[in-house]
Design a binder for this molecule. Structure first.
Ligand SMILES: Cc1ncc(COP(=O)(O)O)c(C=O)c1O
Length: 423
């Protein structure tokens, strides 16, 4: 009623798009937002969403395109997002456990399959226990506030994922940012807080998603020992496929399971690609998170079909180590052929292969021309990456064939020559 009366007051404007009357405040707000949007368009950093009409897979259907398109930009590193056994598990769980739980975990939102999944996650990583969240964003948002107090310090890589940055913002510990992957700078920051902090946590992405480069974990763990600190890594772009058996960055550096203190990761990328995230680590930490972590206590539990799909993924991973080998072989082939063709690829030998182009419009134009040739890739530009460092982030999957890789490299060469990126 109040809203109705206010709407009848004088001084209204009409929204030209919908014909709806707007108050001055509403019109001013729209003007401000339109200005922001115009700025994004002018900068050439506008992100459009292409519409897919098939399952997530190596070959997808894209709205407006007649034929199947080769997908080279998903986080489906193991090709498990549409694996038949994973889909079957989800369907069976829908029948047996229902679509959702209408509850958070501690009220009536914990089923046996949630417990099974947490046990398998902990076993896969060789840790005491694990706690499941609706996303890794939530896992990162929940962790630091609970673990750290104003008496503590957190040392964070300057290029950490947004969700780590936001999670750290929520805690009251002293915050120190070290230069990207720079262990000298990390040591300087550790020295700065060595006498005053009760607990010190070094926080980093295991693999940095925009550049495909890897945190120097062995040196970091040595520094942690020297300064009595803990190490936390976000393994979203490592779990399941990085390291000899897919155990992630720790394994990539031949460090024993448990060398890193706390791991957060996602179920939304290599591990079936649906949704969900987790923290795995010491029993006491996981138990405390169950009591206190806000995204866990105040958000619905993960839906049963999603949990069942992830359970099946872990069954597959715990039963075989072949997945990681296949994605690595594909990565080697793509990286070497692209480099030979004259492209500059960032990152280390990881399935994230950023093809560096520099200019935002060039990256977006390049991606459009790749689509014309049946290859789905996306240009990344500011604010996702720094200004002037636009790129096409290619992501390799275990389910790509060598023919898929070769076809994509060929398309890159044609478009690259046409646009003057390579000679
Ligand atoms: C490094 C990293 N951490 C966290 C997340 C968030 O994961 P989720 O999609 O499960 O929230 C992402 C996803 O983009 C990521 O790349």
């Amino acid at each position: 009623m109040a809203a109705f009366i206010i709407r009848r007051g004088p001084g209204y404007l009409k929204c030209c798009q919908t014909g709806v009357r707007l108050s001055h405040a509403q019109a001013a707000c729209r003007d401000i937002l339109e200005g922001e949007l115009e700025g994004i368009r002018e900068a050439g950093t506008w992100k459009t969403e292409r519409v897919i009409t098939s399952k997530q897979a190596v070959k997808i259907r894209v709205q407006g395109k007649e034929s199947g398109i080769l997908n080279f930009c998903s986080n489906n590193y193991l090709g498990l997002s549409s694996h038949p056994e994973v889909i079957r598990a989800g369907k069976d769980a829908l029948d047996k456990y229902g679509a959702g739980l209408s509850s958070v975990r501690f009220i009536c939102g914990t089923q046996d399959i949630h417990m099974d999944l947490e046990e398998k996650i902990a076993r896969f990583h060789g840790r005491d226990d694990a706690i499941l969240y609706a996303s890794c964003f939530d896992a990162n948002a929940g962790l630091f506030e609970i673990l750290l107090t104003p008496e503590d310090a957190v040392l964070s890589d300057e290029l950490n994922h947004a969700s780590i940055i936001d999670g750290i913002r929520l805690c009251k510990a002293r915050k120190l940012r070290y230069q990207h992957k720079n262990m000298q700078d990390l040591e300087t920051k550790l020295q700065e807080c060595k006498d005053e902090a009760r607990m010190k946590v070094i926080a980093t992405d295991g693999v940095f998603s925009m550049d495909g480069n890897v945190a120097p974990l062995a040196e970091m763990c040595n520094l942690a020992d020297k300064y009595n600190a803990l190490v936390f890594i976000d393994e979203c772009h490592a779990t399941g496929f990085f390291g000899a058996t897919g155990r992630g960055t720790e394994e990539h550096f031949n460090l024993p399971p448990g060398r890193v203190d706390i791991i957060n990761s996602t179920l939304g990328k290599a591990l079936g690609g649906a949704a969900g995230g987790y923290t795995t680590g010491p029993k006491e930490l996981i138990t405390l998170l169950r009591q206190r972590a806000r995204p866990y206590l105040f958000s619905n539990s993960v839906p049963p079909p999603v949990v069942a799909c992830a359970n099946k993924v872990f069954d597959l991973l715990l039963g075989s180590s072949g997945f990681a080998e296949k994605v690595q072989a594909n990565t080697d082939r793509f990286r070497s052929q692209m480099t030979d063709a004259g492209f500059t690829l960032a990152g280390e030998n990881h399935p994230i292969c950023p093809v560096m182009l520099g200019d935002a419009r060039l990256a977006s134009n390049f991606a459009d021309q790749m689509l014309e040739r049946g290859i789905y890739v996306i240009g990344f530009s500011y604010p996702v990456v720094p200004k002037g460092k636009a790129r096409i982030r290619v992501q390799i999957s275990a389910s790509h064939t060598f023919e898929d890789i070769d076809q994509t490299v060929e398309a890159f060469k044609q478009v690259g020559k046409g646009l003057g990126v390579i000679g």
